[in-house]
Design a binder for this molecule. Structure first.
Ligand code: ATP
Ligand code: MG
Length: 579
């Protein structure tokens, strides 16, 4: 494999061959390979993942993480974790910690290479001073609305600021005094002196430093001037010796500026920016601003609400790191924006859990069944297979008793022809147990069904009849005396609109929340082995879906299980019906 990879690097092997090993090459690999062949960067590949610590990571970030760490691995290079913490008013330590936690959980290791743009504040300041000395930056006193007006727009060129021709000495003095705190917030800015008539708005003398009195999560109150993102980002890349700066498409128009700063300054390396399309996922919103709004307005229960596309939400919902990484691998990396169907993410977790998750029986809406001809105090231990997809997962014992629970939905008193499950006079199979026949129904004063009276056939132990008698349905069940009571939270997509963030109809995305995105069921009955499952482990409840024990549930209290996904895609069926 190693040798093969080297051959690919040198361009000897067509990537098709590597594809046969399960790897999909994208256009970024091709560009990096070209750089290597041309002998750039002394043959090094060094990338970074640069989150801004102003929110939790989401599945879109996972795409960028898999891409960057994946490139480092593929090219035997390095990947830094760099916090782009240049905006103190929105950033917090809580976010830094959660980002590291999520990265680790996803299975990525940055070694000791975690850095902060704020570590470079002194160096960045020195670079700004250098630009002033070279006549390439000036202090501007225009008010924000004047700056906007001078800037022009896509049709009209901008005009030079009246402060553009200040002397170098005056600029140096003013910039120093900006740093010293002599001026009010927003009173002055430092701008790069580039080109006010450029067709690219980003090149019209962009602001590179602003005055802002805000407490920074790492540098405290040391600074009252902060570098702007475009200035800090590329130079931080250069300081770290990054060779390829991979970012999303909206930065394409910023690339000339990225390159401009690097060309003007005596930086230790010359990174190359490459853009790719960000991940958009249907039935969800991904912008941190919108996620923050959902969290702050209490529309969800925190950043790790299992309905959010955040990594911590997906984790709490029961998604596995493998399923997320497989999903990111499968959607690929392209130059053009598109919307990925969330069903693909759900498919990835089903596929992963189908092989890994042990199966259990749980009854979510219990209906008591009394088996009249079964001995009253008897408990039988029946053998149940843990995962038919994987014999090495073995089997377990499930208790069977005279009183059991079945799913309310598996019984109908006046059943239509196509209903094959339990109904008076009908025989069905209980999974791993016996055939039972429904004899009669017990009701309360309101006519509500309270219990079913059934008989069982002792000859059908294990679930088949020696006389070859067939039944059309197999039901899951739980023995009543040994059942564990639990709360089960059925999660569904948070939005009922495919593209809630677009707000094309003028309605804010918050009006498109799916009213059925969370259903809480109490009094669910679980087979006793489920009491031994620990938080974060995924299981299948037979016939119902994949579930995971919520982190809030300690074993001594009543357990809470979250539904990860149903066994099949119910939304596809809905969409099919609508057609
Ligand atoms: P948002 O727009 O959601 O606020 P952001 O781009 O401001 O996200 P950052 O913390 O700056 O978030 O992102 C860190 C890295 O992750 C950047 O390189 C960014 O390009 C990448 N990234 C963010 N969102 C996505 C996405 N949806 N798909 C792919 N990469 C993304
Ligand atoms: Mg950003």
């Amino acid at each position: 494999m190693q040798e093969k990879r080297e051959n690919v690097l040198l361009g000897k092997l067509p990537s098709l061959e590597l594809e046969a090993t399960g790897f999909v090459e994208n256009f970024i690999h091709t560009q990096i390979r070209e750089d290597l062949k041309a002998g750039r960067n002394e043959g090094r590949v060094h990338v970074r993942f640069p989150p801004e610590p102003n929110g939790y990571l989401h599945i879109g970030h996972a795409k960028s993480i898999c891409l960057n760490f994946g490139l480092a691995k593929f090219f035997d290079g390095l990947c830094n974790l760099r916090f782009d913490d240049t905006n103190p008013s929105k950033e917090e330590v809580e976010y830094v910690d959660s980002i590291k936690d999520d990265l680790r959980w996803l299975g990525f290791d940055w070694g000791k290479r975690d850095f902060f743009a704020s570590d470079y504040f002194e160096q960045l300041y020195a670079y700004a001073v250098q630009l002033i000395k070279d006549g390439k930056a000036y202090v501007c006193d225009l008010k924000p609305e004047e700056t906007r007006e001078y800037r022009g727009n896509l049709k009209e060129p901008g005009r030079n600021s009246p402060y553009r021709e200040r002397s170098m000495a005056e600029n140096l003095d003013l910039f120093e005094r900006m740093r010293a705190g002599e001026f009010a917030d927003g009173a002055r800015v430092l701008r790069a002196k580039i080109d006010m008539v450029s067709g690219n708005m980003n090149m019209r003398d962009p602001v590179i430093y602003r005055i802002l009195r805000a407490h920074h999560h790492r540098t405290g109150d040391v600074w009252c001037v902060y570098p702007m993102y475009d200035f800090a980002h590329g130079l931080s890349d250069a300081i770290e010796g990054i060779t390829h700066s991979i970012c999303t498409l909206e930065f394409q128009d910023h690339r000339p500026l990225y390159e401009w700063f690097i060309e003007q300054l005596p930086v230790p390396s010359r990174p190359r920016q490459i853009e790719f399309a960000r991940l958009n996922l249907s039935y969800t919103v991904m912008s941190k601003r919108k996620l923050l709004q959902l969290v702050n307005n209490g529309l969800v229960n925190g950043w790790d609400d299992p309905r959010l596309p955040t990594i911590s939400g997906l984790r709490r919902r029961g998604f596995t790191p493998d399923s997320i990484r497989n999903f990111c691998e499968r959607i690929g990396v392209a130059k053009r924006s598109s919307m990925v169907d969330v069903a693909l993410l759900e498919h990835a977790v089903r596929e992963d859990l189908n092989l890994k998750a042990p199966r259990y029986m749980a009854v979510l809406k219990p209906l008591k069944v009394i088996i009249e001809n079964y001995p009253e105090d008897q408990i039988e231990e029946l053998e149940a297979v843990n995962n038919p997809e994987d014999p090495t997962m073995g089997s377990r014992k499930v208790p069977f008793t005279r009183e059991i629970y079945v799913e309310r939905d598996d019984f109908m008193e006046d059943a239509p022809k196509k209903f094959y499950r339990l109904t008076p006079g009908r025989e069905v199979r209980l999974r791993y147990a016996y055939y039972i026949r429904c004899e009669r129904v017990e009701k309360d004063a309101n006519g509500e069904i309270t219990a079913l009276y059934c008989t069982y056939d002792p000859e059908t132990r294990g679930g088949s009849s020696p006389d070859g008698r067939k039944v059309k349905a197999t039901l899951h069940w739980v023995a009543a005396p040994t059942a564990v009571s639990a709360e089960v939270r059925l999660y569904d997509r948070l939005f009922s609109a495919p593209d809630p963030g677009a707000e094309k109809d003028g309605q804010p995305f918050t009006t498109k929340i799916n009213p059925d995105s969370l259903t809480v069921l109490n009094g669910c009955k679980l087979e006793p082995s489920l009491a031994l499952v620990s938080a974060g482990i995924s299981v299948q409840f037979e016939r119902l879906g994949y579930f995971t024990l919520d982190k809030c549930a300690s074993l001594s209290e009543k357990p809470v299980f979250n539904r990860t996904v149903t066994l099949r895609d119910a939304w596809a069926k809905k969409a099919g019906k609508r057609k």
